[in-house]
Design a protein around this ligand. Sequence first.
Ligand SMILES: CC(C)(COP(=O)(O)OP(=O)(O)OC[C@H]1O[C@@H](n2cnc3c(N)ncnc32)[C@H](O)[C@@H]1OP(=O)(O)O)[C@@H](O)C(=O)NCCC(=O)NCCS
Length: 434
Amino acid sequence: MIIEDKIAEQIPAWRERVKRLVAEHGSKKVCEITVDQIFGGMRGVHVQVSDISYLDPYRGILYRGYTIPEVLERLPKAAGSEYPLAGGLYYLLMTGEIPTLGQAQEVEAEWKVRSPVPGYVLDMLDALPQKTHPMTMFSHAILALQNESIFSSSYSDGLRKPEYWLPTLQDSLNLTAKLPAIAAYIYNKKYRNGLYIAPDPQLDWGANFAHMIGRSGEWQYEELTRLFFILHADHEGANVSAHVSALVNSALSDIYYASSAAMNGLAGPLHGIANQECIRWLLDLRAAFDSFPTEEQIRSYAWDILNSGRVIPGYGHAVLRVTDPRFTAQLEFGRKYLPDDELLRLVMLVYDVLPGVLSQYGRVKNPWPNVDAITGTLQYAYGVREPDFYTVLFGVSRILGLTTFAVWSRALQKPIERPKSMTTSMLENLVCEG
Ligand SMILES: CC(C)(COP(=O)(O)OP(=O)(O)OC[C@H]1O[C@@H](n2cnc3c(N)ncnc32)[C@H](O)[C@@H]1OP(=O)(O)O)[C@@H](O)C(=O)NCCC(=O)NCCS
């Protein structure tokens, strides 16, 4: 299998590099930790090394060193499509190399073979109450698939440590192959009276999701799905879902346990659901005025929110200091295909007005929009109007990055994570003495 061969080829050099780094510099300090940071969510503490992606304050997310515009331009595309095949992105994340079209298609072909979702997973989803949150269903489905783990069975059979990565890669391919079908099943069960549509073997991973939720032949929505799945695939190694996945994986729990746990983190209001808040905020803004608001009305609406101590969703970022390139990529899509969509015109007008307001407000370090300021608007425009579901789409894409990180953690034979906690008195004594 193409990714397996590439990783096997790269492993000796990577193991040697890490071994040398630790042997020669193992006792050197990387950063100090302050009391503020301990009580402040460990912000800025360097606890993880990831070569899969890096968030640069001015260039945005880099996948294996490539910016979003470079990824969109350089990754191979399906015939007639302007957006890359997710199979090519998975190849890039896993191997660090831009694939040829043939290599991207080979990953897509692997996914097709591995895509059938066992009946017991669908039965389990059917047994859940209809009101169950889509993220709960998604996490349940991934966990139920744990029965299929090749890593877990191989480990019980005495798998050797240097080979741990191999069945982890098999599990990763098997899980990621099934994600569009699982997400579509959840969407149809929740919002389309349980309609079931089988995958179309002619379609790629991204477009198949569109097909399975009943958007067959809706070429623009297929394109949007491809774009969405490219943009959300990874965001460094230490955000909540990435960290959870890495932590669980370090205990030698398999990909299914680690990914289900990560999705439980992604489901949190402070992590994966900002895109829901954004579309609601935008709809509220539109509803506040009888006709399409003017710049002045938006300015005064925004000041009312800020003066009442609330945040404006979709703006600001803990790391970025420019407009999120993932926002820009989606804005370009919207400008091209949805120039007359009222909500999209509102997104654009808000983009003209808000950075000035937030700069004047003074407190916000980054007055520019992040990815979430537009994601929901595009889904909404194509009739996917159930904001609760947007985090599932996010999760489908993000598991590409998380599983890549897990495979490489096993390849580099990383140990179980075990930081240390202390009591408040111990900390008081330590800093008072210091
Ligand atoms: C993303 C976010 C959580 C980053 O937070 P952060 O790292 O603390 O950002 P900053 O350092 O710029 O925050 C400084 C202050 O500005 C405020 N601020 C930041 N973004 C703001 C926004 N969009 N609206 C209003 N206030 C904002 C913060 O709440 C903070 O206030 P405080 O001094 O009272 O604590 C924050 O910008 C935010 O809440 N944005 C809106 C929600 C959102 O879009 N989330 C998705 C992120 S991908």
